[in-house]
Write a protein that binds this ligand. Structure first.
Ligand code: FES
Ligand code: FES
Length: 216
């Protein structure tokens, strides 16, 4: 029992002991210290430079149909997805989404590519042309588009943008193809309506229109 009249003297703890104990405490609570610094780093990530660097990496500029389009893309995002669902260019169709049908074909630097199999962030410094960019600014159809009108090619026309973009790309390498050569040139495209003969007739007319347009 404590004698309130003569309380025991409070033992003063020397400063040096207190510091030693503190250091021991820090060493033994190392995990807690690490966790704390981890939390600190996490909060730096959330509010500091590193996150903004990540965000700016996702914001890229792509040249589509002659326009510089700024778009936020995920690393695994395909060009077909970006064109259709971020840029509103739904003329590019998604059929198989696995490089089999050709309905998503666009030109990248004048070469036909399946846009379902191209990652958007890889086309940053390149020129993408979709079906929406084929006609002239004044609305004049591209000669290959005009060929489709002239011959009334295609049935449901779901496959048409892919065939047209492929044909336009192919005709740049071979402006005067035989029917068989053109068939080979667009063989990466499939038509679910199986309207190949009519399609080929329309594309041949498109090739002829293109040659005529180039002659002026
Ligand atoms: S959707 Fe790209 S090849 Fe079929
Ligand atoms: S015309 Fe219908 S898919 Fe080709």
């Amino acid at each position: 029992m404590i004698d309130k009249a003569n309380p025991p003297a409070i033992e003063s703890v020397p400063n040096s002991v207190s510091r030693r104990d503190f250091i021991k405490g820090v060493i033994t609570s190392g995990v807690a210290v690490s966790s704390a610094s981890y939390l600190f780093r996490a909060s730096t990530l959330l509010h500091g430079q590193q996150l903004s660097a990540g965000v700016s990496e996702r914001l890229i500029t792509v040249n589509v149909n002659g326009q510089q389009r700024r778009v936020d893309v995920m690393k695994q995002e395909t060009l077909a997805w970006t064109l259709r669902y971020k840029l509103g260019l739904t003329g590019t169709k998604l059929g198989c989404d696995r490089a089999e049908c050709g309905s998503c074909t666009v030109l990248i630097d004048d070469i036909p590519y399946y846009s379902c199999s191209v990652l958007t962030h890889t086309v940053r410094s390149r020129k993408v042309l979709t079906i929406e960019g084929l006609a002239s600014a004044d609305g004049t159809l591209h000669p290959v588009q005009q060929g489709v009108i002239d011959e009334q090619g295609f049935q449901c026309a779901f496959c048409m943008p892919g065939f047209l973009m492929t044909a336009v790309g192919y005709l740049k390498t071979n402006p005067s193809p035989t029917r068989q050569q053109l068939a080979q040139g667009v063989s990466g495209c499939l038509c679910r309506c199986q309207d190949y003969d009519k399609i080929l007739t329309a594309l041949m007319r498109g090739a002829e229109n293109t040659r005529r347009a180039q002659l002026g």
